[in-house]
Design a protein around this ligand. Structure first.
Ligand code: AN7
Length: 406
């Protein structure tokens, strides 16, 4: 595949095999540009459809050339559930949830990490690293185990959900808790990777976002080659919304779909620099120094991919909205009880945002809407227990039991 790395700020280009994360010229974010005309010669709708749904169905769209280097645990191919019960309650007709909790490590991060770790092997890297609010660490640890390379993860101390921490530990990563928040851990891991020639797999790495763009491809395939009207996704470091938008744009440029969905990013009230930048029409975000929310996955004050995300939202005629902790927890419960979907709080932010926007009259009832549920509910059991009624404890006799059966 003929492709390059292009700076989104100054348009400087670099060969694909150059190991850089940001532009040497201006420090801007890089993006992989694929040669669409070339890929058009290599794939058609019908040969794509014959392959199993998942990240690697779209091999020709991905910047990995050496098939022998691919490290896969069958990521992607996640269900797109039609949510009729929830739709009825919200006054909508066509609501879907893309359940990314069904990925091997339980979050969408696997889409990016399968490509990122394959890239690490192509580069002959001996170690990989990330800073993480939890899910990236869980995913990276898992794929590094499969690839048999060393993995370092830097986590904000005491702020990572138990499931995610457990995953990183059991997969054998070197887990380092930083007495600071995610943004600080991220600054430190960048420096670490630079100094020790470790391959950095945070979403500043454009190869990771290439894997994540396949979510858009899958949604289009699952809707029979039609794009939804809107796609709603929780936003933390802002990589996923940027990647998904890129995926839709590529399918449009292929003439696989007519138009790109309106992209809607949802943040938590206490960590919402993107929402504020959109509301105030700023060209750059103002970082927040004390991000706070119950949704620990998106407790991020200085999203590294903000320039890409602002572009995705603005170009698609999109929106950004913030929701509070109560709204997030209520949406998580709603998904669990109305649709049988167990997702983590950050994921439920997308549905909380949808509810808020629908009630504000910003969404029409007959639009086709896809909410991305980014991670599995079992990642964070402590939050579920904190907001649930405790089980009733009784003496082991039938008379006692019957009192509680309504
Ligand atoms: C469940 O794991 O940033 O906007 O370090 O785990 O692409 O950052 C996680 C982010 C949404 C936000 N939902 O995605 C990490 C990390 C869940 C997440 C997001 C995350 P981005």
């Amino acid at each position: 595949m003929a492709a390059n790395l292009t700076c989104i700020e100054c348009t400087q280009t670099y060969p694909l095999d150059e190991k850089i994360y940001t532009c040497k010229n201006c420090g801007g974010l890089l993006e992989v540009r694929i040669d669409i005309e070339q890929v058009k010669k290599e794939v058609t709708k019908s040969n794509l459809e014959k392959r199993e749904l998942g990240v690697w169905r779209y091999f020709e769209f991905l910047p990995i050339k050496n098939k022998n280097k691919i490290v896969s645990l069958k990521e992607g191919g996640t269900p797109l559930y039609k949510c009729s019960n929830l739709a009825r309650d919200l006054g909508l007709k066509n609501l879907y949830a893309k359940f990314e909790g069904a990925n091997p490590s339980g979050s969408f991060k696997d889409r990016g990490i399968t490509v990122g770790i394959s890239r690490a092997l192509e580069l002959d890297s001996k170690a990989v690293a990330c800073a993480s609010t939890g899910n990236t660490a869980a995913s990276l640890a898992m794929y590094a185990a499969k690839a048999a390379i060393k993995c370092y993860v830097l986590l904000p101390v005491g702020k990572v959900a138990l499931g995610k921490l457990s995953q990183a530990l059991l997969h054998g990563a070197q887990v380092i808790s930083i007495k600071g928040n995610f943004d600080r851990a991220f600054a430190m891991v960048r420096e670490l990777c630079e100094k020790y020639n470790i391959y950095l797999l945070n979403s500043i790495n454009p190869f990771r976002l290439e894997g994540q763009k396949t979510l858009a491809f899958e949604v289009v395939n699952q809707l029979n080659w039609i794009a939804p009207d809107r796609l709603i996704v929780p936003v933390g470091n802002a990589g996923n919304i940027s990647a998904i938008y890129k995926g839709f744009c590529e399918f449009r440029d292929f003439n696989f779909i007519e138009k790109v969905p309106i992209m809607i990013g949802i943040q938590a009230n206490g960590a919402s620099p993107i929402v504020k930048a959109i509301e105030r029409k700023l060209s750059r975000i103002v970082p927040e120094t004390k991000p706070e929310t119950v949704a620990s996955a998106i407790r991020i004050g200085n999203p590294v991919n903000a320039p890409k995300a602002l572009k995705a939202i603005r170009e698609s005629g999109g929106l950004a909205e913030s929701v509070n902790d109560e709204e997030i927890i209520a949406a998580q419960k709603m998904l669990a009880r109305k649709e049988g979907i167990l997702c983590e709080p950050a994921s439920a932010a997308s549905v909380a945002g949808l509810k808020k926007l629908k009630e504000a009259g910003k969404i029409d009832s007959d639009e086709t809407i896809v909410c991305v549920l980014t991670g599995h509910g079992l990642k964070d059991p402590e939050i579920i227990l904190k907001f649930s009624e405790k089980p009733i404890e009784i003496e082991p006799n039938m008379n006692e039991l019957i009192k509680f059966i309504k």
